[in-house]
Design a protein around this ligand. Sequence first.
Ligand SMILES: Cc1ncc(C[n+]2csc(CCOP(=O)(O)OP(=O)(O)O)c2C)c(N)n1
Ligand SMILES: [Mg+2]
Length: 379
Amino acid sequence: MSSRKSGLGRGLDALIPGAAATTPIEFLGQTPGDAGTDIFGLINTDGSVREQLPVTVEEMKALYSDMVLARTYDTKSIAMQRQGRLATYAPFRGQEGAQIGAAVALRSDDWVTATYRDAALNWRAGYPLDLLILGRIGDERGGDVPHGVNVLPPSITVGGHMIHAVGLSWAEKLMGSERIALTSFGDGATSEGDFHEAMNFAAVYQTPTVFFCQNNGYAISYPTAEQTRSESIAVKAVAYGMPGVRVDGNDVVAVLMTVRQAVERARGGEGPTLIEAVTYRMGPHTTADDPTRYRESDEDATWEERDPLLRVLRLLQRQGQWSEEWQADLEAQASDTIEAAVEAAESVPEPTRDEMLGRMYHDPIEPWSPSGPGSHALG
Ligand SMILES: Cc1ncc(C[n+]2csc(CCOP(=O)(O)OP(=O)(O)O)c2C)c(N)n1
Ligand SMILES: [Mg+2]
């Protein structure tokens, strides 16, 4: 860990009762020479902590509970896909710490634009679970986000949603509101033109945007090391004129602190930040992928030990805050919540032909016939 002190982190000290904690802001405002290689982290894999954490025991338990729900959702979704009840599914096992930490740092009316792999982030930011599931069933009404939930439907297009976050946050800035936007994307998305356009525009116009990259090691089968010649993803921020920070994406508290600081900068009119959460996709790219074809066999074991849930479980055990009964309760509650959401999603009647076409065209096409106008849309 770096011992550099930028002095920019003083504002955060108030959030750390009695602690002189290192803050992620130390990694912000780096110079091109040393940018983006240090990783900010607070919780070790054995559950010991490097410094006093800026969260209470209750908050820690709530973060753990959210991660348990996220993992239960992931496991259930894979099973449902295997049963033919969901379309292709993109697992996020191993990324729960990054996603929950980021979402918890937001205000409920902040904007979120995220990906097909961000179910936990989207859910924790307010997207109803049953609609997430409905979307995975293949029903586009899963994208009908309720009024007041400022989370866009998950983007399947890699990188496309980053520019939406910049536009939304720019609009909020022009309207003089305090709302900010967080956009979540993968390491592979940084090779898309949209990433560069979004980063440049956000920096030039100082939009209140948080760029949250989950570097999970791969873009499908393509390793991050071959995705870019940059030393890291975070270092790319330097060229655009915004701070870039690298954080242990499997450390939910470190992610929470880092995103919180970036959010505070954005809300305070200091512009965008790029965060690289270093993590690992423990499962396949999607349920249609076989990662054994492109991964080293010992890689998974290394990352099993860095599991974001395991280290918090160990931390709670060290503090005498964990028991088997509590764990069983959490899992049972998570399972009930997810079963209820699945039931809600599966009880939505199938859309009629008119409903499907009505959502596709502004002016409904009548009479519709297999060879008539608009028929190409189904071809
Ligand atoms: C514009 C576009 N190009 C290609 C694809 C096909 N595709 C789907 S996921 C993916 C890899 C994305 O990798 P990354 O950004 O690291 O996200 P991850 O899947 O690892 O979460 C690709 C190339 C797509 N969906 N959209
Ligand atoms: Mg990736």
